[in-house]
Design a protein around this ligand. Structure first.
Ligand code: NDP
Length: 449
């Protein structure tokens, strides 16, 4: 370490990216500090991926109870959800993970400061009234839900509050058409809450292949979610029972809860960036150049706060690339082109590579293979759920350039296929692969149309 500084690396934010960077730097013998004002593990562990997935599991049981009848099981009384038990068990699990993060940091040798850090200069940080110096500073402060301002917007809640509801309402309105909106619409609907999804655009999940967005919409509607497209909320007012959500289209939905899932902003306010040369985008996210360096040479940023791809595994990979660049042999890279992703809506969506529209733009000649089938579980189970898969192939090279799936276990299946696509698999490789029978995944190696 340079003798001039208290630390080699000062990380602000103990989320997925910050913790991985701190631990890796410490493992390379660097003197590392981490500042966190809220909870260890960041959004993903506390109010994101992990508790969300636990709620998704909880919301799927009614369909499984129903399916079990076709397989000979009698359930007796109508199953009943104990919301507070689910919520509190979830919180206990999150606290266990918080402790693991604490231990990981302690064991790595990084020093953890609990409190809000501000950047006072290119090498200066202040926390809890004490100033520290560092050769490099890493900003990994993540993001925070954004709710637009409109009459009654203070009555809406964000995904953060969804994890700690005192009780479940009978009816809910969810606003937005992205990841969080469709995921929570599925959770609420599955938990027995009458759910109305309001989106201002014509198509849910517009960043995904259009056919997949359409399939998700049809599947959600079949499960009971009421979907309103091309309309916005004009006003929310209070009534004796709860809320009245007035839509610009003219109708009004009475509900106990209005969840806004309208994007997330970077956590850069009051961080002290004005004391440095660091520049931000119009939405407050930090601008970085190669290797996550800001225009201030000693300050780096990664993860949701740079708003490239707001996904936990991406932040972790960015952290590993940065630390390898700073303290390793600078051989690691991140490939933003082959990032598999899943939306845990119901039906589930997972994807890797290009959409059909993107592939048409990039390649002269593409071939699209599709399959639409009923998964075996539902033959006796009786649900109307189907699986839809789509493979996009560049005819010239025969390479599979996009792979999409809507239906049961999509995330688990696409994760494996993503390895093949990253390795440059061709359609001929898919065709020459022997299927696992009977499975849904085998459809990917028997696509002929
Ligand atoms: P998204 O960007 O996915 O979606 C935001 C939605 O809100 C869009 O449909 C957008 O509409 C709409 N919207 C934005 N502003 C307004 C407004 N003023 N009025 C009405 N609607 C508005 O954000 P999310 O909040 O859903 O999620 C944030 C990010 O978190 C995701 O992009 C994803 O990267 C990550 N995430 C990942 C998950 C996963 O991996 N499974 C799960 C959850 C989140 P329009 O399209 O018209 O702009």
């Amino acid at each position: 370490m340079s003798d001039h500084y208290d630390f080699d690396l000062f990380v602000i934010g103990a989320g997925s990216g910050g913790v991985r960077a701190a631990r890796m730097a410490a493992s390379k013998g660097k003197k590392v500090a981490v500042a966190e004002e809220r909870y260890l593990g960041g959004t993903c562990v506390n109010v994101g991926c992990v508790p969300k997935k636990l709620f998704v599991y909880a919301s799927q049981f009614p369909e499984l109870f129903h399916a079990s009848r076709g397989f000979g099981w009698d359930m007796g009384d109508q199953p009943n959800l104990n919301w507070s038990r689910l919520r509190d068990n979830k919180t206990t699990e999150i606290e266990r993970l918080n402790l693991i993060y604490q231990q990981l940091l302690d064991n790595s040798g990084a020093k953890l400061f609990n409190g809000r850090a501000t950047v006072e200069g290119p090498h200066q940080i202040s926390i809890n009234g004490v100033d520290y110096s560092a050769e490099n500073i890493l900003i990994a402060t993540g993001g925070w839900p954004f709710i637009p301002e409109f009459p009654g917007s203070e009555l809406a809640i964000s995904s953060n509050e969804m994890f700690y509801l005192e009780q479940l309402p009978e009816k809910s309105v969810v606003v937005g058409g992205g990841y969080i909106a469709v995921e929570f619409a599925g959770i609420l609907n599955g938990l027995g809450v009458e759910t109305h999804l309001v989106y201002r655009g014509p198509q849910l999940l517009k960043a995904f292949d259009q056919e997949m967005g359409d399939r998700v919409k049809m599947g959600m509607q079949a499960k009971g979610v009421k979907i309103y497209l091309n309309t916005e909320v004009e006003e929310i007012t209070k009534n004796a029972q709860g809320l009245s959500v007035h839509l610009k289209a003219g109708n009004c939905i009475e509900a106990g809860l209005a969840l806004y899932a309208t994007g997330r902003n970077a956590n850069t306010a009051h961080l002290g960036l004005e004391n440095t040369a660091v520049t931000t985008n119009h939405n407050g996210s930090i601008q970085v150049e190669d290797q996550f360096r800001t225009v201030e040479p000693s300050i780096y940023a990664l993860g949701d706060v740079i708003d490239r791809v707001q996904l936990t595994p991406v932040a972790i990979q960015e952290a590993m690339v940065l630390i390898d660049h700073l303290y390793g042999d600078n051989s690691l890279e991140i490939d933003y082109n082959h990032i598999p992703t899943a939306v845990f809506c119901q039906p589930e969506l997972a994807t890797v590579g290009l959409t059909e529209a993107q592939a048409k733009q990039k390649y002269r000649n593409i071939q699209v293979y599709r399959s639409d089938f009923k998964p075996m579980l539902h033959t006796l189970g009786g649900a109307a759920d189907r699986i839809f898969i789509k493979l996009i192939v560049d005819c010239e090279s025969d390479r599979v350039v996009g792979c999409h799936m809507v239906g049961d276990h999509a995330a688990e299946i696409i994760q494996g296929i993503a390895i093949a696509i990253k390795a440059g698999a061709t359609k001929a490789h898919f065709d020459a692969t022997i299927g696992i029978h009977p499975s849904s995944a085998e459809e990917f190696v028997t696509l002929r149309q």
